[in-house]
Write a protein that binds this ligand. Structure first.
Ligand code: F3S
Length: 284
């Protein structure tokens, strides 16, 4: 089997930094404080399980966070809303903020633009924690748009000016398309492409590889939105595209011998999983 593995596959800078930070906190925790992450540190069950075995507790909601009165709380790369920061402060918890700088930049943009009285449109998945965090900073005068239909149905006061941002891992072509739909409605808009470079590069490389191979394998957690986007992009170019979480999901029976196979992976996929899949496909 000839295999092409994407150079951009796997942990991006923001995720790598956040995961390493949790391990660092565990190592340096001389006072034996309880370590929490506010939400799973990444969309990867294996990593989250390893951290749990080392004593890290995942807080799944603001309510759970409110009940914590001591310890270290690590905010993941997706970032979070202002509410969570306030609770951490009020409860005197130690904050380790691993919000990716690219996400932090979006928080700053939406705060500034909100203060200018503009309506904020966030293009992204409304249930994704990153989008919920951005929405928290954007305030109530904001709308999340996820689909073409949402963009067509979008309507606010005609005199209101709009600033549009994107979830960092959104599909760039879709972002552009949704901005065009909103623009045609005649609003005064300021669209800021906040899709991060790591995502741009990963998507462009995946598209390129998928257009050349006989089969494409996309590796990532099933809740990982950037992996889902990668799958969509690859599937468009190569009908023979497979979405797997780990080596156990890999079914090579549909791939013909001597095929040219491409591999890419989402931002929360550890290297060892990518390597395992790579080795198996190569030897098939
Ligand atoms: Fe940050 Fe981009 Fe990764 S926003 S967390 S570097 S996908």
């Amino acid at each position: 089997m000839k295999v092409k593995i994407a150079e951009s596959a796997g942990f991006c800078f923001g995720v790598k930094r956040a995961v390493e930070s949790v391990y660092k906190e565990i190592e340096n925790n001389n006072e034996k404080k309880q370590i929490y992450t506010y939400g799973p540190i990444i969309h990867n069950e294996e990593v989250v399980k390893d951290l749990k075995d080392k004593g890290v507790i995942v807080l799944d909601s603001l309510e759970e966070l409110k009940n914590v009165t001591s310890g270290i709380v690590i905010i993941r790369s997706h970032g979070t809303s202002e509410d969570a920061y306030n609770v951490i402060k009020e409860n005197n918890l130690t904050l380790v903020d691993e919000t990716c700088p690219f996400v932090k930049k979006i928080h700053n943009i939406v705060q500034e633009e909100k203060n200018k009285g503009r309506h904020i449109v966030i293009i992204g998945n409304p249930v994704h924690p990153e989008v919920q965090g951005i929405k928290g900073w954007a305030g109530s005068d904001s709308t999340v748009i996820e689909t073409e239909e949402d963009a067509y149905n979008f309507k606010i006061d005609d005199n209101k000016k709009i600033t549009i941002v994107s979830q960092t891992t959104f599909n760039y072509n879709k972002f552009k398309y949704f901005v065009e739909i909103i623009e045609k409605k005649g609003y005064d808009i300021n669209a800021v492409d906040t899709i991060c470079n790591a995502t741009h590069e990963r998507q462009a490389e995946a598209r390129n590889i998928a257009s050349k191979v006989d089969a494409m394998i996309v590796i990532g957690g099933k809740h990982s939105s950037n992996t889902q986007k990668l799958y969509e992009i690859c599937k468009k170019e190569c009908n023979n595209t497979y979405y797997i979480q780990t080596i156990d999901d890999l079914d090579l029976s549909n791939i013909k011998e001597n095929s040219y196979v491409g591999i890419t992976a989402g931002a929360s996929t550890p290297n060892n999983i990518i390597e395992e899949v790579h080795a198996n496909v190569r030897e098939f």
